[in-house]
Design a protein around this ligand. Sequence first.
Ligand code: GLU
Length: 463
Amino acid sequence: MSNVVTRFAPSPTGHLHIGGARTAIFNWLLARHFGGRFVLRIEDTDTERSKQEYTDSILASMKWLGLDWDGDLIYQSERFDIYNSYIDRLLESGHAYWCECPPDEVEKMREEARAKGLKPRYNGRCRSRDLGPGDGRVVRLKAPAEGRIVFDDLVKGTVAFDVAELDDMVLRRSDGAPTYNLAVVVDDATMGVTHVLRGDDHLSNTPKQILLYQALGFDLPRFGHVPMILGPDRKKLSKRHGAKAVIEYEQYGLLPQALVNYLVRLGWSHGDQEIFALEELVEKFGTENLNSSAAGFDPDKLEWLNGHYLRETSPEELARLVLPFVAAEGFDVDASRLAQLVPLFRERANNLVELARVMRFMLVPAAEVEYDAAAVAKALTEEGRRHVAGVREALVALGTFDREGCEKAIHDYVEGNGLKFKQVAPAVRVAVVGAMGGPGLPDMMALLGRDDVLARLDRAVAL
Ligand code: GLU
């Protein structure tokens, strides 16, 4: 099935949201699974609402998610001539007609239909008037009067619509711009799209598009409509539920693999497996296991998955990813230094913002360590300070200042003075990092290096 062609067709009227991202991921996976093509098409026919900044943002999010596309990026706004040539064809073959009914009259016709308990629709007044082009005129499809449109949806199974319920839809607006349904059908058909996977908010467009495929004599693709993502309360997903745009997740410090993995599982399953490497998704993805019931967004699970990926990523890669977040905290550190620190701290963070924050005290100079007042009061008593000074001496005398050396220095001081570890360690810990808690003390000391550790101990003793 290597002729599989899928597409993602965002309208650049906002940033890429998780619903759109999930649609993009499904289409990308399907194309990659079959070794086919994945087309990216910017649906910017609505020139008022479409903005280049949103196109840029959507593209940046696609790249961040790792969703590469095949061939050139397509802008519908550059294809108006193509759409018009297909509209001309429909006019010539008698499948479309010019209509001069002004919008307020069409609205009246709709209201009349509504009042009779019928579906609101245009009453076909211009159907057989044989009008030509003219100011304010639109082109409408001459929809068949009756019949049923039935298709086998990849997600929902058999879906049927009564043609009598469909309008003679507008194909070309009075300003010359093509409508969404016309442009989508011309593009999907001429780009050889074999599978149209999209949100089920588009389900009602599909019968209209099928009429157009038929009128234009194109083969139909397979359609699949995935249910919308809901909030944890099963209501329409919104910001209130903690859902963000993809770009916000990036800023928030999520790893792209975590978001991809999470979104795929919100609508597709493979047994009860939760964690998938990207290659595994490509290998296993198929439309058979797309869920027909809507999934609820769960920010805690996303956070949990992100924590998982934080711990799975190599230190070098994680250092590269966390670097901008560390820089945003005001530190100028190189990635190789961060690669040493991250293995020690990643257990304590669920996202890159947190990871940068928990490493903060390792990055500040001794003079800027923030001492937690309660920890100081508890651990840096007079006796505690004496032990800090004692350990300091042992550290000065140390040959190689590494993890084992630091551990031995503390140990020797404790043993040599007939003390217990817990009488000494908390004071040294607070002196070095400013607070209780944190990773192993010798690990942190070795990473800070001798000069920094001694300076911190001196500062603590003098507090
Ligand atoms: N441009 C449409 C949207 O952003 C998608 C069209 C489609 O997938 O057919 O909702």
